[in-house]
Design a protein around this ligand. Sequence first.
Ligand code: PLP
Length: 389
Amino acid sequence: MNYEFDKVIDRKEHHSAKWREMDKKFGTNDLIPMWIADMDFKTAPEITEAMREKLEHGIFGYVNRSDEYYEIACNWLKKRHSWEVSTKNITYSPGVVPALSIIIQEFTKPGDKIIIQSPVYYPFYNVIEENNREVVLNPLKETERGYYEMNYEDLISKIDDDVKFLILCNPHNPVGRVWKKEELEKLGKICFEKGVKVISDEIHSDLIFKENKHMPFASLGKEFEENTITCFAPTKTFNIAGLYSSFIVFPNSKDRDIFEEALGRIDLKRNNPFSLVATMAAYEKGEPWLKELLVYLEENIDYLIGYIKENIPKIKVRKPEGTYLAWLDFRDYDLSKGELERKIIEEAKIAFDDGLWFGEEGEGFQRINVACPRVMIEEVLKRLESVFK
Ligand SMILES: Cc1ncc(COP(=O)(O)O)c(C=O)c1O
């Protein structure tokens, strides 16, 4: 290993939301933070170096993105996901969540319906509801314990003339599925036949474990390209979420312009100088780091699963196909909603994302973020064992 993923680095004194904002959600900061999806690792040194150069330049005025900025991002998509995107159809957004909100505002009207596949990343609910659109749930089906598939029959029954979009989470947070080509094709066929467009949130698409392959939804054919808006970013991949940098790919430059104008109206159309150089360095030079990161993350997951199987087998957990998130199943304990949370917070002193945040299908689950030095996982497992054995 060339990088120090095992090294514990203080974040509390460095303004980390994950380490300092637990009191807002859990009433105390005296917990081990395994919640918010960022990593407790330093980013790739090539990214830090690009930022250092910028820092030493000493001028932090407004920046301009050259064509090269988008070419680098498109090259990344091509190289890693075999997807060719024209630089005419891509643009910048500070984040994926703000982009979802703008897409909803610009391409739907109040009262329109948007489908999401619960349990799912909870801001999907917020961006729909806070824009006065209606959430329609197409819950995933748990076909084996902890393994989820799409429910196509339910999807067909939920689509009516008011449904304008489906937000796809690909790979899926929190259940860790990397959707297969056939699954996505079936989804697309149903949606497009019924006039429903897809927003594909692919922010986790670079975090894929062995034997799985990420398929960009829009890359599956002409109809997919024409009816999909894709969101991706270097932020989860390279642990630079606080820099605010993501990309949105539209079916055509007209839709891209509509989005850019909306960002322009609230004057958020520019990167900050650090996010600009970090994004370019990430996609141009970050691959060796990412390769080692994926090995470390997979070892963390394997360690977690092995330990639980051996020592706390009443907790069920399945290996995610991608993301650095695992979906811990405490249903066999038969605890009430509040009691599971209380035990985790007050007795185990751990901050997980509570399953219910992702929708009612998440009852009895907790989401753990394993993107941290292994000693933290060891500590969490010891704490879980002492409370749940
Ligand atoms: C599926 C998904 N989309 C979006 C985000 C956040 O994106 P951003 O920080 O770019 O708004 C996350 C973060 O956890 C996520 O899991």
